[in-house]
Design a protein around this ligand. Structure first.
Ligand code: IPE
Ligand code: IPE
Ligand code: MG
Length: 222
């Protein structure tokens, strides 16, 4: 089976999952974090080399203060408890997004985690935090000062190949400012499954769907 080298995921539907269970949205985020862990393991098992996860968008800062601070605390906890195991499993962790907007203690932990795992190459996991595709493009345009050959070097995803497959859970069929530049020829896969209920079998189903698609990149078959 043709396995995608790079899978990107818009992990959506935490709030609705919680609401359906009569729980606060925050419970959905907690459950979502467990799914994330499971899918990282599944990706490694499937031989995926790059996994890029959308965890918090530039626009998510506009959510109620309480939800934002819960998400930041959850992020703190994940950085404290998950990094060691990721490292042990040969995972390289990188954060993409405008990290200046994150609190200093979180930024410090991110830097530590990136340094610790920098030499790992079993699976590269990129996490989008305070990430916006438009902002990323504008940033790179500014930095490259009109030299288009240098443009991609200023994207957060420099050195990382474009995604082969983009999965969005939660039923919405939109991109929500994720990897706008990088997904030019990415295969898109949408599922109604909410992120906390998405599992390894669903992940494999998405990969199977990808494996039978014909990618043409604008070309034509004889
Ligand atoms: C995705 O779930 C997580 C974040 C965007 C932080 P949501 O919180 O967007 O959940 P829904 O889409 O409201 O169900
Ligand atoms: C996209 O989900 C961002 C993340 C999953 C982190 P949103 O819930 O923020 O997107 P919209 O509002 O449905 O477009
Ligand atoms: Mg959402």
């Amino acid at each position: 089976m043709k396995t995608p080298q790079h899978i990107a995921i818009i992990m959506d539907g935490n709030g609705r999952w919680a609401k359906a269970k009569g729980l606060p949205r925050t419970a959905g985020h907690k459950a979502g974090a467990d799914t994330t862990k499971e899918i990282i393991t599944a990706a490694k098992k499937q031989g995926v080399k790059y996994l890029t996860l959308y965890a918090f968008s530039s626009e998510n800062w506009l959510r109620p203060e309480k939800e934002v601070s819960f998400l930041m605390d959850l992020l703190r906890l994940q950085l404290k408890t998950q990094v060691k195991e990721l490292h042990k499993n040969g995972v390289r962790l990188r954060i993409i997004g405008d990290r200046e907007k994150l609190n200093k203690d979180i930024r410090d932990d991110i830097e530590k985690a990136e340094k610790l795992t920098a030499e790992n190459d079993e699976l590269c996991v990129q996490v989008g935090l305070s990430y916006g595709g438009r902002q990323e493009i504008l940033h790179a345009v500014e930095k490259s000062k009109g030299d288009t050959t240098q443009f991609e070097k200023y994207l957060y995803t420099r050195e990382i190949p474009d995604p082969d497959l983009l999965i969005r859970t939660g039923g919405e069929k939109r991109i929500s400012n994720f990897l706008l530049w990088q997904i030019a020829y990415t295969e898109l896969y949408f599922t109604d499954k909410l992120w906390p209920e998405f599992d390894e079998a669903d992940f494999e189903t998405a990969i199977k769907d990808f494996s039978i698609r014909e990618r043409r990149f604008g070309g034509a078959k004889e």
